[in-house]
Design a protein around this ligand. Structure first.
Ligand code: ADP
Length: 463
């Protein structure tokens, strides 16, 4: 839009410049024509005076001088001729002057008196005056015509000037109005939205208006503001989750330590053992939560460190499954793996952490009597670990989001303890090994998490 207006202003200025050049050229030409006509009129009048003086003069030398002068005027007047009509007129003037001079010379030779000579050449003199007068009138008429045309050009130039100036004023006015209504307004709206957002109004969004580029900036700002607001909400939810999750082990710890209060009678050995076991589990739980938080902070800061080594993934899975069998003996945990060992270059602690998280989730999100299967197999250059449960499942629309930090979805929210960091950390660890993690789920029927890891050194780990 702005480019169009600038183009119109430029075009109007160009047309005005060309027109001004043409008018100036014409005026220059008109002035030249008028000066030539004035010169011709002046010369013709000089010739009339010379003829008159010549007809009265008796002195032969003076007359000869005047005759030379007359021929000079004739030559000069010819230079100013600018039409056929004028050329014919000048020819007639020359012929009549010649006739007058011849008659005058003849009368002089006849020895007549001055009055008699004047009387004898009066007719030729008058005949010479007539075309000279005509020449004067012709040039006056030419001058008048030129002046009339110049006045007409002047009038049109005035109209044109007023027109071009109006177009320029209107265009500039329109541009200013447009800038104020659209360009500047959208910039101001954007600035207001940014300021409100910076001041803490997370709902502040910019109006999408104005030029294409500004509309693009407003859309980007709105997307960014929505993302930040979402992140902010997630962080608040996460804080709530962390507080909620910390409160559970802390209340158990409080109750347990109350049982060991020195002001109360000492519990028997069996109760003390049970209480200490409970304290130990809660401390471990707290420790795991803090580790998850620390890991997430490290990953977000890009500081995830891997200590890679040749490791047997089959052994790693066996250890994790055994640990869970001990801590949750009522759950049926099945491990299916090939006979041969499965060598992977990885950080065994980190991969163990991933498996622990997946099995722990499978336990958390499935009924206590249901079965959990851990399957291990080699496919091509990959080792695939699957953790399958028969739990609540994950709705399709949530599957892409469960790997985001602080993300807890569906029925798990509020019912099952957790901070929503486990899968985020797990995915980053697997990806840092050059692998990938995917989820297949059927709400109400169960979930399978698949971890793919490169099995050979050539496709080994990255960090
Ligand atoms: P947490 O379990 O601590 O909430 P995770 O990052 O491990 O955090 O899991 C993120 C979310 O993914 C969980 O809150 C839950 O909603 C969902 N989820 C993970 N594993 C399962 C599973 N096996 N079955 C059903 N939902 C699951």
């Amino acid at each position: 839009m702005l480019a169009l207006a600038m183009g119109a202003i430029g075009a109007a200025a160009l047309v005005a410049a060309i027109a001004l050049g043409a008018i100036t050229g014409y005026m220059h030409q008109a002035v030249g024509a008028m000066m030539t006509a004035t010169e011709s009129v002046h010369t013709a009048q000089e010739m009339e005076v010379d003829l008159l003086v010549h007809s009265r003069l008796r002195d032969r030398i003076g007359r000869a001088q005047l005759e030379g002068q007359l021929r000079g005027w004739l030559l000069e007047i010819r230079q100013h001729v600018n039409s056929l009509e004028e050329e014919e007129l000048v020819d007639r003037v020359a012929a009549r002057i010649d006739a007058y001079l011849a008659a005058s010379r003849e009368a002089q030779l006849a020895g007549l008196s001055s009055e008699e000579v004047a009387e004898q050449v009066a007719t030729e003199l008058e005949a010479a005056f007539l075309p000279l007068e005509e020449l004067v009138h012709l040039n006056v008429r030419q001058s008048q015509r030129t002046a009339k045309r110049a006045a007409s050009w002047d009038r049109w130039a005035t109209y044109f000037g007023v027109g071009v100036t109006s177009v320029l004023v209107l265009t500039v006015g329109w541009v200013l109005l447009w800038l104020r209504l659209f360009a500047f307004r959208s910039v101001l709206e954007l600035e207001t939205a940014m300021r409100r957002f910076a001041e803490g109004d997370k709902s502040a969004r910019a109006a999408v208006m104005g030029a294409r580029e500004l509309r693009g900036i407003a859309v980007r700002f709105n997307e960014m503001a929505s993302a930040l607001a979402r992140q902010h909400d997630n962080q608040i939810a996460f804080l709530g989750g962390v507080v909620h999750d910390l409160r559970n082990p802390l209340s158990v710890l409080k109750l347990s330590t109350a049982a060991l209060d020195p002001n109360r009678p000492s519990p028997n050995a069996e109760t003390a053992q049970k209480t200490l076991g409970m304290v130990k589990r809660q401390v471990e739980r707290l420790e795991r939560m803090l580790e998850d938080l620390l890991d997430a902070a490290q990953i977000e800061g890009g500081h995830l460190e891997l200590r890679v080594a040749h490791s047997d993934v089959k052994e790693l899975c066996r250890e994790v499954v055994e640990t869970f069998r001990e801590s949750a003996p009522q759950r049926e945990l099945r491990l299916t793996s090939p006979d041969a060992s499965l060598d992977v270059i990885c950080d065994p602690l980190r991969i163990g952490q991933v498996l622990t998280n997946l099995v722990s989730n499978a336990i958390k999100y499935s009924p206590p009597t249901s079965r959990i299967e851990v399957t291990l197999e080699r496919s091509g250059l990959e080792v695939m670990i699957c953790v399958t449960d028969q739990g609540i499942g994950i709705p399709e629309e949530d599957r892409g989001r469960i790997f985001e930090p602080f993300r807890r979805v569906g029925a798990s929210r509020g019912l099952v303890p957790g901070a929503g960091m486990g899968l985020f950390v797990a995915r980053r660890i697997v990806e840092a090994h050059g692998g990938r993690i995917e989820v297949i789920s059927q709400p109400g029927a169960g979930t399978t998490f698949r971890v793919h890891l490169p099995a050979t050194a050539s496709s080994g780990p990255r960090s």
